[in-house]
Ligand binder design. Structure first.
Ligand code: NAI
Length: 638
């Protein structure tokens, strides 16, 4: 075949089966840039002339199938025409591909996201390869856009609107087995048989499994009902003024059968929205954080966690979930057992299959004697927040550690410079500061003490990345980044309560601003005693708010005691009506947070403004559609 291709390879075997393999030049993962699509179109031209018996589309990359469209190109859409042209490019091409007369099949192994899944959906068959990295999804909504290359048309047809909308509106991904079960994949096979299985399925002539009647009705006469239900669901999580894309997805599916070109004004509005721009920024920030530690050749296999409390127990469970062998130490077995119970629940929720749950549980070893210390690549200390206790522990374990092992503390408030004084090699101590709840919070601060060993810091970042968290290097300073910026924000919220604004109104102001949880509810969740201690350390000597003092005196500590600012006796905060939110309240409450971020960047606690924005978004949930606190302030200045 004589097509001149840079990114694709096209081969036809003796039986007349063609294989198009995407191996994007100069990249470790495949994405669908304009060039890649142009070449695919020329492959289709060629196959129009010499129709094959069937076509298999696959990836030549280890990393996976296709990660999505090229996000770099998305950032260059500065006119409405360019936005529409981008949608047209994939929509037109994939419609053409879906209509070819010969059978087509995508072998999906590894990630298959966004435009990648839209390409796979345009094939007659989708063969999912059952491997831990295989995941399929349409995460466009997380970038503030919609799956405009046929995803909104074909996914509902393939799996029914309920499951399709769920995937498109949350951006969540599914694995190979699940894809088979829900009808997204026609089959799911282990890697070793994928080639023969692909050929067999391709030539099988097998019709697609029809959707159940109810799903067909939901994709037809009942569309309006389904769309209204979906709008209600979305409204619980995202306000249209902050996140217009999920609402646009529902509209485009309901009114235009997923064809965005039929509603060009929606394309213009979504693609030019500040939300889309900012969410793409957040995506890039996330990629930047993921790159920390990538130059280190450090790999952790065994982790030893000391302290099986709220944090240590959950950190140990998370590491075991991510494939590491973990020893978990505490003073007695009794203190370790609640952590094991929580770990089991986590494994069951995340892994589902009993064999996998069992394997993860086997990797988590209770170790009251600390036998794991000499074997560990990473040791994480998460015992009581007390200098003497930590000193005694460090003295005892340092001589037993491997020379190259990372020694980390999870301390929130103690200075690393004070903690490491008892070490023979003080420069090796780093902070690896997780957030509560460990399994939900994507960020981990990696703390560098004055004169710390850069290699230890790199290794710590590599470890954090290995367990699929986002490492953020920070300097050793009170509260690091995240707690330091939360403290003045919480203080401002409580000062407002002291002034007579109700907790409900304060929370509503910040929910309307776009925070995932109001600051008063957050204080109740963290615990009023903890907020008080953090305030003492981080509020620069400011007096504690009266509303906080009074409650702590009455032992009303928030969620954990059943009563804080709210009544938690039902397990949820019982909130009264918020009433009207005074103008400017949200701006007033968020100002001290943004001021503190600026200060911390100036003090170089975090290297630059981009990382500060990323850290605050992934560490506190700060409204992602703003692009982060500094980006938000820059936007106000215009
Ligand atoms: P916790 O009180 O729930 O657990 C501490 C555990 O350490 C207890 O089970 C205790 O028996 C054990 N322990 C104490 N001394 C020990 C020793 N010498 N050897 C072995 N085990 C020992 O405490 P939590 O909340 O988990 O905090 C632990 C550390 O994590 C602290 O440094 C804290 O500042 C930090 N942290 C806490 C966060 C939170 O939200 N609770 C968030 C981030 C960091």
């Amino acid at each position: 075949m004589n097509v001149n291709l840079q990114h694709w390879k096209l081969a036809v075997d003796a039986e007349g089966i063609a294989t198009a393999t995407l191996d994007k030049a100069g990249e470790s993962a495949n994405s669908l840039s304009a060039d890649v699509l142009r070449e695919f179109s020329s492959i289709l031209d060629q196959l129009d002339v010499y129709p094959p018996k069937g076509l298999i589309v696959r990836s030549g990359k280890e990393a996976g199938f296709i990660a999505g469209a090229d996000i770099g190109e998305f950032s260059q859409l500065d006119t409405p025409e360019k936005g529409r042209a981008l949608v047209e490019r994939g929509w037109g091409l994939f419609n053409r591909f879906a209509a070819v007369r010969y059978p087509t099949l995508a072998i999906v192994r590894g990630h298959c996201l966004g435009g990648g899944l839209e390409l796979a959906l345009a094939c007659r068959y989708l063969l999912a390869v059952d491997e831990s990295g295989t995941k399929m999804g349409l995460p466009e909504v997380m970038l503030g856009i919609f799956p405009g290359w046929g995803g909104m048309l074909r996914l509902p047809q393939r799996v029914g609107p309920a499951a399709a909308l769920d995937m498109m509106l949350t951006g969540k991904t599914i694995d190979a087995k699940r894809a088979k079960k829900m009808g997204l994949a026609d089959d799911c096979v282990p890697p070793r048989v994928m080639e023969p299985a692909a050929r067999q399925l391709l030539l099988s002539g097998q019709p697609r499994r029809p959707l159940p009647l109810m799903q067909r009705l939901m994709n037809g006469p009942l569309k309006g009902v389904v769309a209204n239900g979906a709008r209600k669901q979305v409204a619980k999580k995202a306000r249209p003024q902050h996140y217009p894309a999920p609402y646009a997805i529902i509209d485009l599916w309901q009114k235009h059968n997923g064809n965005a070109l039929a509603a060009p004004e929606v394309i213009d509005r979504i693609i030019s929205s500040p939300t889309a721009r900012n969410l793409v920024r957040v995506f890039h920030l996330q990629e930047r954080m993921k790159s920390f530690g990538k130059d280190s050749d450090f790999t952790a296999r065994r982790v030893h966690v000391i302290g099986a409390g709220v944090m240590g127990g959950d950190i140990a469970a998370w590491c075991a979930l991510r494939g590491m062998t973990v020893t978990l130490q505490d003073q007695t077995l009794e203190r370790i057992s609640p952590a094991l119970k929580r770990a089991h629940a986590l494994f069951a929720k995340k892994l589902r299959e009993p064999l996998k749950v069992r394997a993860a549980f086997d990797r988590l070893i209770p170790d009251p004697q600390g036998d794991g210390v000499p074997h560990a690549d990473v040791i994480i200390e998460a015992i009581f927040e007390n200098v003497e206790a930590k000193h005694a522990l460090f003295r005892a374990i340092e001589p037993r550690m491997k020379p190259q092992a990372v020694l980390a503390t999870n301390t929130s408030s103690l200075k690393l410079e004070d903690l490491r004084t008892v070490l023979a090699r003080p420069e090796r101590l780093v902070g690896i500061h997780f957030f509560n709840p460990v399994s939900m919070m994507p960020l981990v601060e990696v703390v560098e003490a004055e004169g710390g060993d850069p290699a230890a810091l790199q290794a710590a970042c590599a470890f954090v990345k290995q367990i699929d968290k986002l490492p953020l290097p920070v300097k050793s300073a009170p509260g690091f980044l995240v707690n330091a910026v939360l403290a003045p924000y919480m203080l401002a919220a409580m000062r407002a309560v002291d002034e007579g604004v109700s907790p409900e109104t304060v929370d509503e102001a910040m929910l309307a601003f776009g925070m995932p949880m109001g600051p008063i509810e957050l204080i109740d969740t963290v615990g009023l005693d903890i907020a008080m201690a953090a305030g003492k350390q981080l509020a620069g000597g400011a007096e504690a708010p009266r509303c906080l003092l009074g409650r702590v005196e009455k032992n009303q500590l928030g969620k954990k005691s059943g009563q804080g600012f709210y009544d938690w006796s039902s397990g949820k905060a019982a909130k009264g009506s918020a009433g009207a939110v005074p103008d400017g309240l949200a701006e007033r409450l968020v100002k001290p947070l943004v001021d503190r971020v600026e200060q911390l960047v100036a003090d170089r606690v975090v290297a630059d403004g981009e990382l500060a924005d990323g850290g605050v978004i992934f560490g506190t949930g700060f409204a992602p559609f703003t692009g982060g606190p500094l980006n938000y302030r820059a936007g106000l200045r215009g």
